[in-house]
Design a protein around this ligand. Structure first.
Ligand code: GLN
Length: 518
């Protein structure tokens, strides 16, 4: 196994630009890793047949002296919710099986323009509905830390691919937590940008007022580097923010270098903790808060009473928007078409196609959404949920008056067993209790590893949130906290060395014990 797979994107970037290694070597190492472990992990739905060709082109350009972007030649995996004109884009659904879009999502175009090397498309819950990747029509992804456990969802494929060293970088999408919760349970970093900060053009929509595309990686700096590539205004997306963003990689580097949180007011959200949170998650969280306080942060408790209603509001708003977004899968324009036995009308074909093409969770949400939007119920359900959304936004405003960043555990538990919550939708929905408020308010949030839970040795994650547009603040505080945590562990938790049951990396002990603090 090549040691190239254990390097971060920032490290690869240096070795590539000094020509110590070639992109072909780096890409081949990751393709080998995918061939070696993905049969077990199943992070990928499709592996690109042209990755080595793209890598060779980047090497050629570099050898000719071209000025290349920092991540040129670095491999990246792409969540299958994003349209790619050279690879199938299924959103984890039978109804789009084999569908190859006629265009690239803007974020994919930007990856290509910056000469990253797309490795393939990653598995996800069907249409990004779920917290475990078990709702994928193509079978679940497994958590590299324990193959009997879920990698989170809906972006479990991207998180698992990064955690299993199949790729240093991936793109995800986060409507209610699908970047941050998988990050928490796989020991990776995931960032949901400010709503509108990253283009959604060519992202297969789940709930358009909530969806955001963002980076997945093993370090805060790597997430920032990828965010710098894909972010920024896109005239093709009417919700895209037209503003100047700072360099997020610089923000992360500043945080890493400073090692201090003096003067930073860290707001601990009272409603996101305590009951319902696993003891090892709560104890690691308490330790992370102690570390921040020791580094000079001013830890303040803030209350956000409306967050208690966030899941309830989300499961009205999301299904309502999803039922409308999914209406376009009508057997005529995209993908699957099923003719009912004996023929039938257009409506019959449509019904037979949607019956065969959508899985149970998608059907459940379409039914919920159309019900919530139906005349006579609209005000009682959708209208009330929108009012709750406003209250949540106000809670954020008052919390951010007292704190520069807000923190909470990113997920209430460590990775649960495959099948454990599959038959219980409400138990599944609770996994996003900490992440959903940020989507409802449009504010940015990051999931960051905070150590292993003592009782099961599995990763836990902390969430850091900031006011809208202040993504850079998250990168700075996140990189500082990451450095403090690594110092307290005596080494990096995941950037170099998770316990990985398939093939432990050299010079790594057992992170289940080593991951506990000195
Ligand atoms: N798990 C949440 C849901 O099922 C979030 C999904 C997402 O962020 N795409 O809706």
């Amino acid at each position: 196994m090549s040691e190239l797979i254990s390097l971060t994107a920032a490290e690869l970037s240096e070795k590539l630009s000094s020509r110590e290694v070639s992109s072909v070597e780096v890409t081949q190492a990751h393709l080998d890793r995918i061939a070696e472990v993905d049969g077990d992990v199943h992070a990928f739905l499709h592996v690109s047949a042209t990755a080595l060709k793209v890598a060779a082109e980047v090497d050629g350009a570099r050898n000719l002296g071209a000025r290349l972007s920092p991540l040129a030649g670095v491999p990246v995996a792409i969540k299958d919710v994003l349209c790619t004109r050279d690879m199938p884009s299924t959103a984890g659904s039978r109804i789009l099986e084999g569908w190859i879009p006629p265009y690239d999502a803007t974020v994919v175009q930007r990856l290509r323009a910056a000469k990253l090397v797309p490795l393939g498309k990653t598995n996800m819950d069907e249409f990004a509905m779920g917290s475990s990747t078990e709702h994928s029509a193509f079978g679940p992804t497994r958590n590299p830390w324990d193959l009997e456990r879920i990698p989170g969802g809906s972006g479990g494929g991207s998180a698992a691919a990064v955690a299993a060293f199949e790729t240093p970088l991936a793109l995800g999408s986060d409507t209610g937590g699908s970047i941050r919760q998988p990050a928490a349970v796989t020991g990776t970093v995931g960032m949901k940008p400010t709503y509108g900060g990253v283009s959604r053009y060519g992202a297969i929509a789940l709930a358009s007022s909530l969806d955001q595309v963002g980076p997945v990686s093993r370090t805060v700096l790597d997430a920032a580097l990828l965010h710098d590539v894909v972010g920024g205004h896109d005239p093709h997306d009417s919700t895209s923010l037209d503003r100047d963003w700072p360099c997020f990689a610089d923000a992360a580097r500043a945080g890493k270098a400073s090692g201090s949180l003096t003067g930073v007011r860290v707001g601990v959200v009272r409603e996101l903790g305590g009951e319902g949170f696993q003891s090892g998650v709560s104890s690691r969280y308490a330790e992370a808060l102690d570390l921040m306080a020791a580094a000079g942060a001013d830890i303040v408790e803030v209350s956000a009473p409306s967050f208690t209603y966030a899941i309830a509001a989300y499961y009205l708003i999301l299904p309502a928007e999803a039922s409308s977004n999914l209406a376009k899968f009508d057997s005529v324009r995209f993908g699957l078409r099923v003719n009912p036995p004996g023929g039938g009308t257009v409506e019959d074909v449509m019904a037979a196609t949607r019956e065969a093409g959508f899985g149970p969770e998608v059907k459940r949400r379409i039914i919920l959404g159309t019900y919530a939007l139906s005349a006579g119920y609209y005000d009682a359900y959708y209208g009330s949920a929108q009012k709750v959304r406003t209250l949540i936004q106000r809670d954020f405003d008052s919390a951010f008056a007292k704190a520069d960043v807000l923190v909470s555990p990113a997920a209430p538990t460590t990775a649960f067993k495959l099948g454990e919550k599959l038959e219980d939708p409400l138990a599944m929905y609770l996994n996003d209790v900490a992440t959903i408020p940020a989507n409802l308010a449009g504010v940015p949030g990051m999931g960051l590893p905070m150590g292993l839970a003592p009782e099961d040795g599995l990763p836990t994650g902390i969430q850091i949130m900031a006011p809208a547009f202040e993504d850079a603040r998250i990168y700075t505080v996140g990189a500082t906290l990451e450095a403090l945590l690594e110092e307290s562990w005596g080494r990096s938790l995941l950037s170099h060395s998770p316990r990985f049951p398939l093939d432990p990396l050299p010079e790594i002990g057992d992170a289940r014990t080593e991951g506990t603090r000195k």
